[in-house]
Design a protein around this ligand. Structure first.
Ligand code: SAH
Ligand code: SF4
Length: 399
């Protein structure tokens, strides 16, 4: 099979184009890009670095939402900035809070040729006793068509910009009141971990994801350590090494099957990058070690991939790779052709890999009441009636 025939099978086309707003937001620019934008509006070269540093601090440490808050920047300078730029984040159109504390935000993004049509993505915050994890999206929809994933069935696809990816973290910190001046006994942040496990395939939007994650992990800004940032991929092999080299975050692989025939069906990208190549890329992942293990995600599908023979083969396949295995109960969606494995079977599977020496937490479903499961983001919100959506919107407006 020629490479182009293979890609026609596994991906849909084409990506929608992004039309930027009239006044661009400074969120998502690197320090060097910030200096360039300052140059564009007449800031002299010797001052650019210092101004960029000030902006960086106000935006990423203090969470300023308006230039008027930036009190150590001269009034004149603030006026110039406000004339040309914003520090806008994606617009929050709905917020849902689950009984277990999970929160989900529906965000609206500009799109389309005329700039009128809007896209929506979701972002989810999951509090746990020892951490708070934010699940972030990298694309609207996904060009890949994994057979168990609802995101893959969505028609519209566009890459998010670096600003829109960082913007999800900003929105979550805004809504949680999680900026530096938050009053806590020890000054700890609520969001301690980031997972790129929302909508989209992050390694098909490599540059924007890299730029965004470098900002999120910058320790003079949002400051979430790279060891606490995990990027999940369905297996875009050529960009796995780049992830280690250029971003340096933790890696998660959506494995889901241990034989090529089945993985071809569940994760059709496997036809382009089969298991052997994928696992070699994992063996070669820069920075992987027993202290920095690669997570292998495995969705439990009843009668499809959940036998003890699959578990045996999984353990064999991962030999020599510093690995953790994350078993995910399948989250059904209307029209999906799979069922979640029985709890009994999940336990047996988990026990087998535990006995083989792997930590194998089963990801507990969180925020079920607000449909916050990864891989199912946004889809359910689309099904709400206009009345229900308006009610959510009203909720989002009252703090
Ligand atoms: N595109 C990337 C990241 C987003 S998906 C990837 O595929 O890795 C995040 C995780 O949710 C992946 O492991 C994905 O396989 C899983 N997932 C998708 N749909 C799911 C569903 N219906 N139930 C359970 N997990 C699902
Ligand atoms: Fe895309 Fe990941 Fe869903 Fe596959 S599992 S369709 S790669 S979002």
């Amino acid at each position: 099979m020629t490479p182009s025939a293979a890609s026609a099978l596994v991906e849909k086309t084409p990506l929608e184009t992004y039309v930027p707003p009239a006044k661009p937001s400074l969120i998502g620019l690197s320090r060097a890009q910030l200096c360039d934008r300052l140059g564009d509006v007449g800031v002299a070269p010797p001052q650019r670095k210092m101004r960029a540093q000030q902006l960086w601090h106000w935006i990423y440490v203090r969470g300023a939402r308006d230039f008027s808050e930036m009190t150590n920047v001269s009034k004149e300078m603030r006026a110039i900035l406000a004339e040309h730029f914003t520090v806008d984040r994606p617009e929050v159109v709905a917020e849902q809070i689950s009984a277990d504390g999970t929160r989900k935000w529906l965000l609206r993004l500009p799109s389309g040729d005329d700039g009128q049509k809007a896209h929506e993505v979701e972002c989810v915050y999951i509090p746990e006793t020892d951490r708070g994890t934010l699940c972030v999206s990298s694309q609207v929809g996904c060009t890949l068509n994994c057979s168990f994933c609802h995101t893959g069935t969505q028609r519209l696809v566009r890459n998010l910009t670096a600003g829109e990816i960082v913007g999800q973290v900003m929105v979550a910190r805004d809504r949680l009141g999680d900026w530096i001046d938050r009053e806590t006994p020890n000054g700890n942040r609520l969001i301690t971990n980031i997972v790129m496990m929302g909508m989209g395939e992050p390694l098909y939007n490599f540059d924007a994801v890299r730029d965004a994650l470098l900002i999120v992990s910058d320790n003079e800004g949002i400051g979430i350590s790279r060891r606490r940032v995990t990027l999940s991929t369905s297996g875009v092999v050529p960009n796995i090494k780049r992830t280690g080299d250029e971003i340096g975050v933790m890696l998660a692989i959506s494995l889901h099957a241990v034989r090529d025939e089945l993985r071809d069906e569940l994760v059709p990208l496997n036809r382009k990058y089969p298991l052997k190549e994928l696992l070699q890329a994992c063996r070669d992942y820069p920075g992987a070690s027993n202290a920095r293990r690669i997570t292998f995600e495995y969705v439990m599908l009843k009668g499809v991939n959940d036998s003890l023979d699959d578990a045996r083969r999984l353990v064999q396949l991962l030999k020599g790779i510093p690995a953790k295995i994350n078993l995910i109960p399948f989250n059904p969606w209307p029209g999906s052709k799979y069922e979640c494995s029985d709890w009994d079977q999940i336990e047996k599977f988990s026990e087998y890999i535990f006995n083989a020496g792997y930590s194998s937490p089963v990801r507990t479903p969180r925020g079920r009441d607000i449909l916050a499961a990864c891989g199912q983001l946004k889809s359910e919100t689309e099904k709400l009636s206009v009345r229900e959506r308006n009610a959510l919107r009203a909720m989002a407006m009252t703090d």
